[in-house]
Design a protein around this ligand. Structure first.
Ligand SMILES: [Ca+2]
Ligand SMILES: [Ca+2]
Length: 199
């Protein structure tokens, strides 16, 4: 059984790499704080969080909530996004326009600074829409918003609301190496057992 340890450890590490959704609900603080670098193991650019249960104006900050009570949103000026030091698969996210209906959103996925994936989406204001991406082996995602329909709310800003962001970290080379070593040990053990039986 002792020889199975590397295999079991490698399997445990691999299964740990399947992350749950990032819900932003554990972010605290008054107002709409910037999401700090390191939150959920990512670096964040031009991204903030809002509490949908206390937000004072009818908007996607309230209607875009999926997991209570916090949502993330892009700042009104320039692109926004998140990045990781290690590659991940961008699985899915719920998106909502903060103030505009039918907000246009360009989503780009980069690996080592090279554009790997790109899609133009149209996002509703009054309810979140779940978008599935399945972009593997990238390390940053950038959102750029434009257009959309003025809904006559308190603001007509181009902010984008996000909730339940799902990423899967790509297992690092050393995890795969451990898995292979573990399998090798098991194979050797089985082979030795056969030799003993045959003797
Ligand atoms: Ca949430
Ligand atoms: Ca990379």
């Amino acid at each position: 059984m002792k020889t199975l340890a590397p295999l079991l450890l490698a399997l445990a590490l691999t299964s740990q790499a399947h992350a749950a959704g990032i819900g932003f609900d554990d972010i605290t603080g008054p107002g709409v704080p910037a999401i700090a670098d390191g939150y959920a193991g990512l670096d964040w650019t031009n991204m903030y969080s809002a509490d949908s249960s206390t937000y004072p104006y009818d908007s996607g900050f309230i209607w875009g909530n999926v997991s209570a009570d916090r949502v993330a949103f892009s700042g009104p000026l320039g692109s926004s996004g998140f990045a990781s030091a290690t590659d991940f698969t961008f699985d899915s996210v719920h998106l909502t326009g903060a103030w505009r209906d039918d907000l246009n959103v360009l989503v780009e996925g980069y690996d080592d600074g090279v554009l790997m994936h790109s899609v133009n989406l149209v996002v509703d204001l009054y309810a979140p829409t779940w978008f599935s991406f399945g972009w593997s082996s990238i390390d940053s995602v950038i959102f750029t918003t434009s257009g959309g329909v003025n809904a006559g709310l308190r603001s007509n800003g181009p902010q984008l609301v996000l909730d339940e962001l799902v990423l899967t970290p790509v297992p690092e080379a050393k995890t795969w190496a451990m898995l292979l070593v573990g399998l090798g040990v098991v194979a050797l053990q089985l082979r030795n057992r056969k030799l003993v039986l045959a003797a």
